[in-house]
Design a binder for this molecule. Sequence first.
Ligand code: UFG
Length: 344
Amino acid sequence: MSKVLVTGGTGYIGSHTVVELINEGFEVVIVDNLSNSNVAVLDGIEKITGVRPAFENIDCVDYVSMDRMFAKYENIDSIIHFAASKAVGESVEKPLMYYRNNLVSLINILQLMPIHKVRNFVFSSSCTVYGQPDVLPVTEDAPIKPAMSPYGNTKQIGEEIIRDTIHAAPASYQSIILRYFNPIGAHSTAEIGELPNGVPNNLLPFVTQTAIGIRKQLQVFGDDYDTPDGSCIRDYIHVVDLAKAHVVAVKRMLQGKSLSNVETFNLGTGRGLSVLEILTTFEKVNEVKVPYKIVGRREGDIEKVWADPTIANEVLGWKATETVEETLRSAWAWEQKLRTQTTN
Ligand code: UFG
């Protein structure tokens, strides 16, 4: 059985990916320092799959502990590296924390790969590397724009570190860089989902928390953009679709199907939706009201971005299939379940 290390495996995208890996017969080892997740996520994973993955509470910045972990779980053949700090605003306040967390952890893992003969590496990157693209939908060969935040910069630099490292490594070492658009939604069982600490920065958790009454009102950041309804446009993708792409990427490398040692894929639906479209669709499919008001633009926001997923569809052999309606239903089901759990 192929063994995969998932760093950040109790996080939002990580936990959904662990479920898909287990469903496909992989043995999973999770490394997470629980800085932005809860160990109870393991219960959710076990409820869905019937398997409790191995878990190590380790910070990937800790080289010695990571080295020991690789030695303990022999024969890990692939790594999916999610573990990273990801709040754009916080990264502006604490740049060194972001450079340390996101880059030192990456360097540690890349350095440990040849020592423990782990040859396949999947990296969580982001469409943030494109900034505001000149051409939409955005393809993988679109120019990389100067990063808008230290967080975004860690993704750009991370990609470069991977390219240089794999280039210098023996031919059997390979990586797939996945550029995520906007993951939303939750597992269909509502056993796992997005659980941000404190006040959510991202749209969907704010929408669900407002709908359930934890927040009074959603602020829509700007209605004067150059878009049909004036609000920003993103490519929202169901987190389970996104998770499945990681399984496809690992299999691709294990089966020697990669066309080059480092491949890069856009993970999006190809469909752009505005903030107001998300809001009205959420209200309609879930039959719930979301009080909102239009406020000024949020600093640093991209006006519009959505993916051209053709290369992911045709070369990687993966396609997002969930509808936005289903995705928004799953987000609401998860929020309601969370609420029931906390009031019990
Ligand atoms: N938005 C609101 N109100 C809110 C929150 C968000 O109107 O309370 C709007 C934003 O202005 C934006 C859209 O909803 O137009 C999506 O915002 P998110 O914060 O959910 O997502 P972003 O596209 O801004 O950022 C996300 C990740 C970043 C990542 C970026 C690009 O949060 O980590 O995608 O990959 F860098």
